[in-house]
Design a protein around this ligand. Sequence first.
Ligand code: ATP
Ligand code: MN
Length: 434
Amino acid sequence: MQDRTHTADAEPGDTVTVAGWVHEVRDLGGIAFLILRDATGKIQIKFEKDEMDEELVETGLGVARESVISASGLVEEEPRAPTGVEITPDSLEVIAPADPELPLDPSGKVDAEISTRLDNRTLDLRKEEVQAIFEIRSEVLRATREHFRTVGCTEITTPKIVATGTEGGTELFPITYFGREAFMNQSPQLFKQLMAGSNLEQVFEIGPIFRAEEHNTPRHLNEATSIDYEAAFSDHQDVMDVCEGVVRAAYDAVAENCQGELKILGLAEEFEAPEEAFPRLSYEEALERINATGELDEQLVWGDDLSTEAERALGADVGGHYFITDWPSEIKPFYIMDHADDEQLSTGFDMMHPRMELVSGGQREHRYEKLVEGFKQQGLDPDQFEYYTKMFKYGMPPHAGWGLGGERLVMTMLDLDNIREAVLFPRDRQRLSP
Ligand code: ATP
Ligand code: MN
């Protein structure tokens, strides 16, 4: 194999060996062009049939689209070429020929169903707009990590195979663990709390969560990426500040470092990081505003959870990211602390994009007796969670945290209509491979 010396962004004057995929072959008679594509872009390779070695021309023009080739030659300026330069090849090698029958057209000229695209993700990612999504996703995760480190967090990774679930039994995936029943973890909740009580104090994790969701929806996956944060000596207000900081950091980084990708996605003009502080509405205010929109058939009353329609109506009314705070305790998880002066009111909060929920969090119950009581009221056996509750007997500081859906962050940021667009190999009720 000829070693690649340059990528498709080579400059005029360079003598290069480039390697990549055959994007297109255009035969105009006496002259023909092969467009070669790699991660950096495309470059034109020119064939002048009468002046060049016959075998070279034959190989270059006979190769099927999406084959992998390498070509060597001089790069020259050519204003009529798609990128303003072209290579006149001295040699050309077919490294990996492609079957001429492709299941998917990577040039994007022929649209494909999402299921065909997901079955052929390798080919799908050869489309620049699909690649752009995953470049941006990568930047979001990078910026998120950097922001957490800047505010003093330690990155942790916690087990995904667990003995017990936390977020409700129905959404658990059971597995067999050396003859014992085990589960795929729904959330790093308990582990990150245990670390907030360690000397680390402030921790974050970016990792998979597994949920056997009841329905297939455009915003639920059965394996999702959760961005989790937990901090000792913090309350719900403090961690809402950090939540806002992380989301802002992600948007800022994309605005700063992904202009090319945004342009490919047609978002360069409209993309902007949220400017204002995210409004913090109480649950009660949220109900009033939703009811006032007149969008719902039935008025919401205290204690109701917010339906998808309710979230949409409120989102349209607010018009940007916002928090909903002070939920009724009964509809927030038992491990979240109630307000000291009102037991009916939880310190739990959600952070919303106008389209959907992105984050849930709150201040945690750190008092041992209250926590064990909570397990019992929830119908969970505290003994099964002893590995967790016992640490609350050995000096557990007040702490708070949240979990942010990574795919939902990318999906809402890029206005994608389906969460499956934001993950390479989605897991949903039908899809278990690839
Ligand atoms: P929803 O009500 O939208 O199903 P949830 O309240 O059950 O979400 P939480 O347990 O609060 O979810 O999880 C925290 C965050 O993780 C959510 O706000 C969301 O961004 C993300 N998340 C949860 N479940 C999923 C899922 N099945 N697919 C993708 N993201 C998810
Ligand atoms: Mn939630």
